[in-house]
Design a protein around this ligand. Structure first.
Ligand code: ZN
Length: 295
């Protein structure tokens, strides 16, 4: 994809004209001067326009096309140790806004992430990524950190075409280790046999708000995985990890605006989750999601 936008303060979002992925740079000053990463020290540049992976943070994970990136703030500048909780403010908040509006983020890797870095170069520009999701965690030093799943745009992505089996009245066992690739297409497109079973059991009625959407082709609902599929969460595709939701409530749950307590009261909303005896929801997965929300 190609996308460029220049903000009033001169920050470029998306592609910087004339610079291709794979280009090497001598140092942070050069990245700054070429408008790739407009911050000399911080890992996140203004407006969340770009990030640098420099190997400084133990909590970061670089999987190539997927990066689990740690937000900024709360660190002691000398030791890089976390000494306070990170807040969802400033450029951490910008990364969330980029996630919500689909604005891509430039990714740069430092030497420790690029084994074949040419002599004299210290950074490589690796193209545009998207902020796929975000959540809270307790970091290795015991303080809350914000984490971002950052995915390369247009990776060699294959749609999983498993055909859904006809739903039965017995709960399907599901898949404890679903293919992580499913997570990129799950929100709207993907519905496994397990998801279909959950939706039919609830008669396509949202378990949060009670909405039942009717389209000319029948009722419509979405399956929402409480503990998300894919790295680093690796939630299972099983009934106990799935809710039947309307698209609005699906967004609220995925975006951490709503969470479910063990008594099925809803955090962030003054109501109870609608439950059915045949569909037991895992309190372990609910707790995982609450933790992602910081509760
Ligand atoms: Zn709803």
């Amino acid at each position: 994809m190609s996308y460029t936008e220049t903000l009033p303060d001169g920050t470029i979002l998306g592609d910087v004209p004339g610079i291709s992925p794979g280009t090497h740079f001598q140092g942070r000053r050069e990245l700054y001067d070429k408008k790739l990463h407009r911050a000399l020290q911080n890992g996140i540049a203004p407006h969340g326009s770009s990030i640098v992976l420099s190997g400084g943070y133990v909590d970061d994970e670089d999987l190539g096309n997927v990066i689990i990136y740690t937000g900024e703030g709360g660190r002691e500048s000398e030791s890089e140790r976390q000494i306070a909780d990170q807040q969802l403010t400033k450029w951490n908040l910008s990364l969330v806004k980029n996630h919500l509006s689909g604005i891509p983020v430039r990714v740069h890797r430092g030497k420790t992430h690029v084994p074949d870095m040419p002599e004299g170069s210290r950074y490589r520009y690796d193209g545009l990524y998207r902020v796929a999701s975000y959540w809270q965690e307790t970091g290795q030093d015991g303080f809350k950190i914000w984490r971002f799943r950052i995915e390369k745009l247009i990776p060699d992505f294959t749609l999983d075409t498993n055909s859904a089996e006809p739903p039965s009245s017995v709960a399907p066992t599901g898949n404890e280790t679903p293919n992580s690739r499913q997570s990129t297409v799950t929100r709207i497109v993907r519905s496994t046999a397990v998801g279909e079973w959950v939706k039919r059991l609830h008669d396509f009625t949202c378990q949060i708000c009670g909405t039942r959407l009717i389209t000319p082709a029948g009722a419509y609902a979405e399956t929402c995985h409480i503990k998300p599929l894919g790295r680093p969460h690796d939630g299972p595709d099983v009934p106990g990890n799935i809710l039947c939701l309307c698209p609005n409530c699906h967004v609220l749950l995925d975006e951490l605006a709503v969470w479910v307590n063990d008594d099925h009261s809803l955090g962030g909303l003054d109501r109870l989750l609608r439950v059915l005896p045949k569909h037991a929801i895992s309190s372990e997965h609910l707790q995982y999601h609450r933790h992602m929300c910081g509760h």
